[in-house]
Design a protein around this ligand. Structure first.
Ligand SMILES: *[C@@H]1O[C@H](CO)[C@@H](O)[C@H](O)[C@H]1NC(C)=O
Ligand SMILES: *[C@@H]1O[C@H](CO)[C@@H](O)[C@H](O)[C@H]1NC(C)=O
Ligand SMILES: *[C@@H]1O[C@H](CO)[C@@H](O)[C@H](O)[C@H]1NC(C)=O
Ligand SMILES: *[C@@H]1O[C@H](CO)[C@@H](O)[C@H](O)[C@H]1NC(C)=O
Ligand SMILES: *[C@@H]1O[C@H](CO)[C@@H](O)[C@H](O)[C@H]1NC(C)=O
Length: 483
């Protein structure tokens, strides 16, 4: 069964067209470069509709597989496509488009067709652009074709990944994440363990495709969609400000991809959506017999449960390699799980909440330097650190003993929110990452007992006011808090 799932996927992808480009210019694999390339095509083709552009990109990247054609038509049959393709081919950006969009994982575990976004996460462009194309298409065709958003983004990747890896534990049927060679000049992205068909980047790109595609499909009929470059900039290149951080952000932006995609998709019956997507794949491939296997329903059920846990309940975590962590000194000591406590801290210094990936990463590096060099610890002390940019940053992580709460390190995780919360509270979003997402995630993965206790640092160590007066009084109302 695992084998058939894999074969099925290969044949879906077999329609790729190889387009050869000019001698490769060096293009950084980040969202900003991609947006600049899109702008270049837009400005050299005034009047170009966003839909025509995404279709031409589909053609350039060779994403005309049977399911895409089923929903969106062939990108080859469009009258404007010849001209546009020439324009795209002609643009200096072409070699970028070709390689930037085409998704593949090499034998060496390098994932291509992905870009680093300004929020520090990595996104596969193909599912993102397909979601956008479905949304734009639904708007112009005035049809129910927004129905293609889920199948072409998450539905297909999830379904095929669940089936192809049925012999593995559910936790290994999704992911993994990876590491960029250099976050300032990203060129190659290496996965941390063997790829599934639904890597973290594919899932991020698919969630973004769901969010942006749905937004575009809902524009009122008289309203023209904004150019593609502007849609992408609004979502990826926003600036947060003030103490409020994400709390003040009302628009749809990339750090909110998990909550927004959940709001859109959870009301649907995802199990039947994935099953319908798979049935369509089999029908198009003439492999309906796969669906007769009695294990399919169970594989989809288990897979979706894992998906919900990993990508919706759990917070997004920026791994050590992405914030530029120095190695742990010596051998980390494993914790004996599950733990009974979650100790909450503020960093005090840095004293301002960090509002973007660059600033939060810099804060992480400076705290690690301080803990290793001035304090002489083996690593940054905290298990996890929470930014006001919408992300959790990995410190010692789930498995290893930290240095955060004297005398209690072996019985609890130490989680700190960046900032000084003596006089003000952290953003609601940052607090929710701790009390809801991180805690829920920890219980589900066996890191914390279900009846665990939340305490402030000051409750167990009597020479500190950490996590700050304002934050501590706020915490007292949290579920799991105990005096
Ligand atoms: C595209 O064109 C080919 C040949 O001209 C035709 O057979 C096919 O049905 C067309 N597909 C669509 C989706 O219009
Ligand atoms: C391609 O680029 C060349 C040089 O920049 C230009 O002269 C030509 O008109 C372009 N062709 C198209 C179809 O855009
Ligand atoms: C932390 O906040 C308190 C109260 O606003 C202030 O008195 C203190 O100087 C701040 N400390 C730092 C390091 O910013
Ligand atoms: C929590 O539950 C465990 C068993 O799962 C039990 O041993 C422990 O005493 C409980 N702790 C508290 C504080 O209730
Ligand atoms: C608090 O600090 C004092 C003085 O260092 C010490 O004697 C006492 O045992 C501490 N209490 C707790 C609960 O740690």
């Amino acid at each position: 069964m695992a084998l058939f799932g894999a074969l099925c996927f290969v044949s879906i992808l077999s329609n790729f067209i190889t387009v050869h480009s000019r001698p490769p210019a060096v293009h950084l694999r980040n969202m900003e470069s991609f947006i600049r390339a899109v702008e270049h095509v837009e400005s050299s083709n005034p009047g170009l509709s966003p839909l025509a552009l995404v279709r031409a990109l589909r053609r350039t990247a060779g994403h005309d597989d049977m399911m895409t054609i089923h929903f969106l038509g062939s990108s080859h049959n469009l009258s404007d496509s010849e001209l546009l393709e020439t324009a795209i081919l002609n643009a200096s950006s072409f070699s970028f488009f070709d390689k930037a969009i085409y998704h593949v994982v090499t034998d060496y575990g390098e994932e291509r067709g992905v870009v680093l976004t300004p929020d520090g996460t990595t996104v596969a462009l193909a599912p993102l652009l397909l979601g956008i194309e479905c949304g734009l298409n639904a708007k112009t065709e005035d049809s129910a074709s927004a129905l293609c958003i889920f199948p072409l983004t998450l539905g297909r990747s999830l379904g095929l990944s669940f089936l192809s890896l049925q012999d593995f534990p559910p936790s290994q049927r999704l992911g993994p994440n990876g590491c960029w060679d250099n976050v300032d000049r990203p060129r190659s992205f290496k996965l941390i363990w063997p790829a599934t068909l639904a890597t973290d980047s594919v899932i991020n790109g698919a969630m973004d495709g769901v969010v942006l595609g749905t937004d575009l499909s809902k524009l009122p009929p008289h309203q023209q969609p904004r150019p593609l470059s502007e849609v992408l900039k609004g979502y990826y290149s926003f600036v947060l400000d003030g103490q409020q951080g994400l709390d003040a952000a009302t628009s749809h932006i990339s750090p909110r991809r998990r909550e927004i995609s959940r709001t859109i998709l959870e009301p649907l019956d995802l199990h039947s959506q994935v099953m319908q997507t798979l049935e369509l794949v089999w029908q198009l491939e003439k492999t309906e017999w796969i669906g007769l296997d009695t294990g399919v329903t169970k594989a989809v059920e288990d897979g979706l449960q894992e998906f919900t846990h990993k990508y919706w309940d759990c917070p997004p975590v920026i791994p050590r390699c992405q914030w530029g962590a120095k190695p742990h000194r010596g051998t980390p000591i494993p914790l004996s799980l599950p733990l009974q406590f979650l100790y909450v801290h503020h960093t005090y210094e840095p004293s301002s909440p960090c509002l973007n990936f660059k600033a939060c990463s810099r804060n992480m590096r400076s705290m690690q330097r301080f803990h290793q060099e001035d304090r002489g610890w083996s690593d940054i002390g905290y298990s996890f650190v929470v930014g006001s940019d919408g992300y959790v940053y990995e410190g010692r992580g789930w498995s290893y003993l930290g240095t955060h709460t004297r005398g209690h390190n072996h019985v609890g995780y130490g989680v700190s929110i960046i900032g000084n919360y003596t006089g003000t509270v952290p953003s609601r979003h940052a607090m929710d990452l701790v009390r809801r997402h991180l805690a829920e995630c920890a219980i589900q993965r066996g890191g914390l007992t279900a009846n665990f206790t939340i305490q402030g640092h000051r409750q167990v160590v009597n020479y500190t006011t950490c996590p700050g007066d304002a934050f501590f009084s706020e915490m007292r109302s949290w579920e799991h808090f105990r005096d």
